[in-house]
Design a protein around this ligand. Structure first.
Ligand code: 3PG
Length: 416
């Protein structure tokens, strides 16, 4: 697979005694109230890269971002990340709450062989925020004038990027160090691209895509390309995606569903879903029953019919679970992104739990990606039962949609 990616691996580089700047993605889900990390999945997956560098005697400085539950509030320190990473590595990880100011520079200059420092949240820097490319559309070569690059680049011998899950962000930390420093990719970057490419090239058929969740845009972005190029033989729709397809097929789901979709500006997808159903009539499966909570808070399942009661449907029903599980059992490749319902609520967790278990039990090549989907996989299944658990969400969706990711472009450029 490394041949498929046209850039250098960090393991091909001499790192002993060198100062190595590593862009990782340990942006983690946070508890909305306490702001503590609720899943250390990305930290655990990043640890082998950091361990390898430290064991080789590199002087390692890590840069990373952490978002907040509210859009781009950039107030979170990476102190807890450093503590969790240190625990995972069983070696010290110093935290400096400064990205590229004097304290960060001093900490970098003080690094000895095998030392690890994690610098402050990249999102403290206005120039790093992910809307950057829209506000000030700079090319990577123009980003070299940013404070981050100007200050940090001269201190390092090598830049390593192992942050595939942020590959869609054209920010200085992701795409501009490659302009001025020898650059290489970390193992996670190779692994993620390899797993997703295995799905995209779907060498083993039938190949089934299980697409749900409330981020309809993600599902729809992927659907077009994987149906068109034959990557997916079947798409099993669930979650809000399933409801939008039901509406597109002429099912009335009632005012509550309508108001919910309108509130989230998702009604526009109904026409798109209709076009998909027309173009690919037998390849998109829709729920045959749905579940809601009655006035006593009891789960009620109802078969899909032309006009459904005006309820808030929080899950798909048992008949659909059986139907989808049969499809999954026959499949040789399964990709899943987006839960089947509001699985955080016990009443509506059934379909996500059962379908995720059916996928984990499959003998085929199985990949789960996206924050919620991975959380559900760790809640209901043993992660070792999946062929690959992808750390990425937005980057994965764009990769699966056939889009060129800024990081991949920057790394390819650097290797020339
Ligand atoms: C992600 O979680 O998708 C990446 O870490 C990018 O984070 P962002 O959406 O806050 O830019």
């Amino acid at each position: 697979m490394k041949a498929l990616l046209k850039f250098k691996s960090m393991k091909e580089c001499t790192v002993t005694g060198k100062r190595v700047l590593v862009r990782v993605d340990i942006n983690s889900p946070l508890d909305p109230v306490t702001k503590h990390i609720t899943s250390d999945n990305r930290i655990v997956k990043t640890a082998p890269t950091v361990r390898w560098l430290a064991e080789q005697g590199a002087k390692v400085a890590l840069i990373a971002h952490q978002g907040d539950t509210d859009d781009y509030q950039n107030l979170i320190t990476l102190e807890e990340h450093a503590t969790l990473l240190a625990k995972e590595l069983d070696r010290p990880v110093r935290y400096i709450d400064d990205v590229c100011g004097p304290a960060a520079v001093q900490a970098i200059e003080a690094l000895n062989e095998g030392d690890i420092v994690l610098l402050g949240n990249l999102r403290y820097l206005a120039e790093e925020i992910s809307v950057f490319e829209k506000v000030v559309p700079l090319k990577p070569s123009e980003m070299t004038g940013c404070w981050l690059i100007r200050t940090l680049a001269p201190l390092f011998d090598l830049y390593v990027n192992d942050a595939f899950s942020a590959a869609h962000r054209s920010s200085p930390s992701m795409v501009a160090f490659q302009e001025v420093l020898p650059s290489a990719a970390g193992p996670l970057l190779f692994d993620e691209v390899e797993a997703l490419t295995t799905i995209l090239t779907a060498s083993e058929h039938p190949s089934v895509f299980v697409l749900g969740g409330a981020r309809i845009g993600d599902a729809f972005g992927m659907m077009q390309s994987v149906l068109e190029n034959g990557t997916a033989d079947r798409i099993l729709t669930l979650g809000v995606t399933g409801q939008v397809f039901l509406l597109a097929s002429g099912i009335e789901l009632g005012e509550k569903t309508h108001a919910f979709l309108q509130g989230k500006s998702l009604l526009g997808f109904v026409d798109e879903a209709r076009a998909f159903l027309k173009s690919y009539p037998n390849r998109i499966l829709m729920p045959t029953d749905l579940a809601y909570a009655d006035v006593h808070g009891t789960r009620v399942e109802i078969a899909v019919q032309t006009s459904m009661p005006n309820e808030s449907y929080g899950d798909i029903g048992s008949k659909t679970i059986e139907l989808y599980s049969r499809e999954i059992a026959k499949a040789k490749t399964v990709f899943v992104n987006g839960p089947a319902g509001i699985y955080e609520k016990e009443l509506f967790e059934k379909a996500t739990r059962e379908i995720w278990r059916a996928i984990a039990a499959s003998d085929g090549y199985t990949v789960v990606g996206g924050g919620d989907s991975v959380s559900a996989a760790s809640k209901y299944t043993n992660l070792d039962d999946w062929s690959y658990v992808c750390t990425a969400g937005g980057a994965m969706v764009r990769f699966m949609s056939g889009k060129t990711l800024p990081l991949i472009k920057a790394m390819e450029q650097a290797s020339k």
